[in-house]
Design a protein around this ligand. Sequence first.
Ligand SMILES: [Zn+2]
Length: 526
Amino acid sequence: MDIDQSLHWADQAARKVVQSWGKKKEYVCAAGITPSGTVHIGNFREMITVDLVVRALRGLKHNVRSVYSWDDFDVFRKVPANMPNQDLLNKFLRHPITEVPDTLGCHKSYAEHNEKEVEDVLPKVGIQPEFLYQHKKYQRGDYAEEIKHVLAGKEKIKAILDKFRAESHPEGWIPLSVYCEKCRTDNTKITGYDGSYAITYSCACGHSGNMDFRKNALVKLPWRIDWPMRWHFEKVDFEPGGKEHSTEGGSYTTAKEIVKEIFGREPPVYHKYDFIIIKGKGGKMSSSKGNVITLKEALAVYEPEIVRYLFASTRPDTEFAISFDLDVLKVYEDYDRCERIYFKKESVSEKDFEKQKRIYELSQVSEPSAHLPFQPSIKHLLNLIQLYGGDEKKILDDLKGSLKTKVDTAKVKARLECAKYWLEHYAPEDMKFHFHSRQEAGHVQLSGKEKDCLKKIAEFLKDNQKVGEEEIHNQLYEIAKASGIEPKDFFRSAYRFFIGKERGPKLANLILTVGKEKALDVLSSL
Ligand SMILES: [Zn+2]
């Protein structure tokens, strides 16, 4: 099936963009975030929602300009709890966030710190938009004509905004905020406007001055006007918006009216995106509380393609959870299945094939490889890591029979890093183990019956060199039952014998992972 018939939401949105705007040399897709705190995975949903539509448009052979605005001329309203030197930060409340110091000491400003953290990691998931810095654009006077236009139409804007407000804006309202040239805060009041480009203002600090918003302009439009102004300025054809902007009477409702009424332009095609829940980390994510999951953290646990997959396989307007608990393993398995379906190594209905194929394509950072790459099972890797104490060389050596190409090796290495990180930071205790040496196993206290059972396992393994996981698993049950021991009690003692704990990864798989030889060596201590 071609993209022009695909049912994937990103393809549908791309087709809607083309239908709505007609044929254009270039479509503009936009996103934007205020870097007023650590930019988290919930914010990333905006970036990837745009990226998926950009990909879909490019798939339809259109040129696309993807712009990403940092709303970094916004005012610093609240000091986030995760930043050091709270006292210093408190002194910068009401300043533009680009003029707040980076108390972590690595960037020119607080805003830049939050921006660079994202800009540095985005290319890893294949997202490379053109970044626009609002503090530069405002100060340079890029928006001077638009601001003049807004001020000329302020009564119309007031009428639109007041429809959705309990309390109307006051008479003589001027929709522009000013940062004082002297104290740099926005505790200011506009005292005059010449109808062209110049305003006069007074500040709570005692300073009063004038400003021309064509140069060195310390002015900013309020968000509800800034947004539609930029749709007009950048000629935006598609932009998603968060749930909080999408409610009736929310900023999208008013922006739609303002862009038509003031700028005579249709609003961009819009897609609402919902919140993201973090599973296995605890607590609601909040920038101001500082307990956020960043894209970087998600990439420590998930391969880049799998991070994309999480979003490509979910409609933006549904809430979903990103897991850091045991479900991580299931996500890996789901992605691998999607990959097998794409390469026609697992058959599904035609409809499901089309769906999975498109999700897989959109999940790739670069072009999909020509053949199904080796799929190292995440559970198996977790066992290998623990068996070889995390030694990459030994693990690769163990897997060398499966590694046919450079792609295979690269894939194992990438997955290995994620598996190690997850094991160290998120894995539940019962996933962790250390496989006993013969000496260590020899010290485990067991009853005669338990010893007999384990000896029978040894015999079985010796006699059946080529046996697989399922057969070993069945045999463990058979041996327990035949000896009159409850299988769960027997498993408990077997775990104690092999790894010194009462629970662990699937026993049959564990035996195969360590290898029958090593298992037999340990069993010989009986
Ligand atoms: Zn001042």
